[in-house]
Design a protein around this ligand. Structure first.
Ligand SMILES: *Cc1c(COP(=O)(O)O)cnc(C)c1O
Length: 392
């Protein structure tokens, strides 16, 4: 059986094990060991030099390898490498690719930790970043300098679910032989595969949809064999390695990735349609709504709109707070991508470090509510939201 012949949905379930072998556990075992024993010194030297996954767990581990080969298959990449968190994956990728004097072009609409890394930490090492609007490919082109080394994207964005036109950005980058990197956390390989559009490197916070149960932190980077080999050297030096048990939880989560994401796509679209018609709602941000300005791009790039949507409540900032407080089924918590529906007010949480003017410029009002939709029955979610509106 060649695994490549199967649909992504099937690969997610079977891709980490070897179906042809007999008398092996169905679940990949957790190799919870920091180090590995060898018979001879010669063998130990060889395993270390080969960066084998049976030498020392900061170099690699068999449970990591199982999750990595599955994730590479899901993204259509040659290889993948796991990290302790999404931020460890992003930071290590940047440390492995830029050096003092280099310039990065990135979009302004970035995950807060990434924004902090690019604007506060990398300048200390002589790396400058120009931030441009995610939805204007021309702005990326205009921001390029002779010392630009890479283009950094994130799509869909948080919290306004805007999409980056991957095809246009890749065309700009190829002309100049620049590396393209994307944080694809919100999309998952079920909804969008950036490598199919020519992007070089795909990063995920595996904490979110890939693991999917809000119980573990992890990150992953997918790319070519040669890129991942270099990244492994950087990970060995920087040390942001995932624990084998966490890698195993990620593997377990991946088996249901496709069904979870399909359900989340359906639930989010159902909620977006309900909210769009509601008198308590001023505006809904969800690219799979026919009324969304990016709907045609969304249909071209993505198989589903994903599980995150935002809306602007028609009312005061105080009413937005009272609305989220009144929700019962839906939990008030940061993070996203889990099986349970979560709600946040981005102005107070993810974007609190921006000034009021910066938030206004970014379209993040005090009335903006972000939902990470889970796999519950959609009608129960609608009822919870309706009840919280009525409580106002
Ligand atoms: C959560 C998140 C990260 C950071 O991931 P951690 O696992 O929390 O380190 C990066 N990018 C995006 C888009 C995220 O949502």
């Amino acid at each position: 059986m060649k695994r490549k012949e199967f649909h992504l949905t099937t690969q997610a379930v079977h891709g980490a094990s070897a179906p042809a072998k007999r008398n092996e556990p169905i679940a990949v075992p957790i190799v919870q060991s920091a180090t590995f024993r060898t018979a001879t010194m010669d063998e130990q030297i060889r395993l270390g030099a080969d960066r084998a996954d049976t030498f020392y767990t900061r170099y690699g581990n068999p449970t990591h390898s199982a999750a990595e080969s599955l994730l590479a298959a899901l993204e259509g990449a040659e290889a993948a490498l796991l990290f302790a968190s999404g931020m460890a994956a992003i930071a290590t990728t940047l440390m492995a690719t830029v050096r003092s004097g280099d310039h990065i072009v990135a979009q302004r609409e970035l995950y807060g930790g990434t924004f902090d890394l690019l604007s506060r930490w990398l300048p200390r090492f002589g790396v400058e970043t120009t931030l441009v609007s995610a939805t204007e490919p021309d702005a990326f082109a205009r921001a390029l300098r002779p010392n630009t080394r890479l283009i950094y994207m994130e799509s869909p964005t948080n919290p306004l679910i805007r999409l980056v036109d991957l095809e246009s950005i890749v065309a700009i980058a190829r002309e100049r032989h620049l590396l393209t990197v994307i944080d694809s956390t919100f999309a998952t390989p079920i909804n969008q595969r950036p490598l199919d559009w020519g992007v070089d490197v795909v990063i995920h916070s595996a904490t979110k949809y890939l693991a999917g149960h809000s119980d573990v932190l992890g990150g992953v980077v997918c790319g070519s064999d040669s890129f991942i080999a270099r990244l492994r050297e950087a990970r060995i030096a920087l040390g942001g390695v995932i624990d084998p048990h966490a890698a195993w939880l990620l593997l377990r989560g991946l088996k249901t990735l496709a069904v979870r994401v399909e359900r989340q796509n359906d639930n989010a679209l159902q909620l977006a349609r309900f909210l769009e018609r509601h008198p308590r709602v001023k505006r809904v941000y969800y690219p799979f709504l026919e009324t969304d300005p990016q709907y045609p791009l969304a249909k071209r790039l993505m198989r589903g709109g994903g599980g995150v949507l935002s809306f602007e409540l028609a009312g005061t900032a105080d009413e937005a707070r009272r609305f989220v407080d009144a929700l019962e089924l839906i939990s008030l918590a940061p993070s996203l991508g889990g099986v349970e529906t979560l709600v946040t007010l981005p102005a107070i949480t993810s974007h609190a470090m921006l000034s009021a003017e910066e938030r206004a410029q970014a379209g993040i009002t005090d009335q903006l509510v972000r939902l990470s939709v889970g796999i519950e029955q959609g009608t129960d979610l609608v009822a919870d939201i309706e009840r919280a509106f009525e409580a106002l």
